[in-house]
Design a protein around this ligand. Structure first.
Ligand SMILES: [Zn+2]
Length: 100
């Protein structure tokens, strides 16, 4: 596993290694199964970007990806929950990153 290769566990305190491992697991578990071999296009989940949830902010786009149209632009989300949050107050999430 590449994680162990780049962070040898024997040269850092064990609790720091555990924290790194735990955040890694949380990021993976929070987004469902995301394969690195996937060739589908990647979009940014505006809800996760807004929340600073960077482990989930990049979503693979396919026909099953939760999406929403706002002001004629499609937005994609990691989960239905993120889409629901977006639909309640889209301006809150797109206002931060869009230039107009
Ligand atoms: Zn999300």
């Amino acid at each position: 596993m590449r994680l162990y290769f780049s962070f040898p566990l024997n040269i850092m305190p064990r609790h720091i290694a555990l924290i790194i491992l735990w955040s890694f697991l949380l990021a993976v578990a929070g987004c469902g199964a995301m394969s690195t071999k996937d060739s589908r296009p990647i979009a940014e989940d505006p809800v996760c970007v807004y929340n600073g949830d960077l482990g989930c902010s990049r979503v693979r786009v396919d026909e099953r990806t939760p999406r929403a149209l706002y002001k004629g632009k499609p937005y994609y989300f990691c989960t239905e929950e993120c889409r629901d949050a977006f639909m309640k107050d889209p301006a809150k999430y797109v206002g931060k990153s869009s230039g107009d």
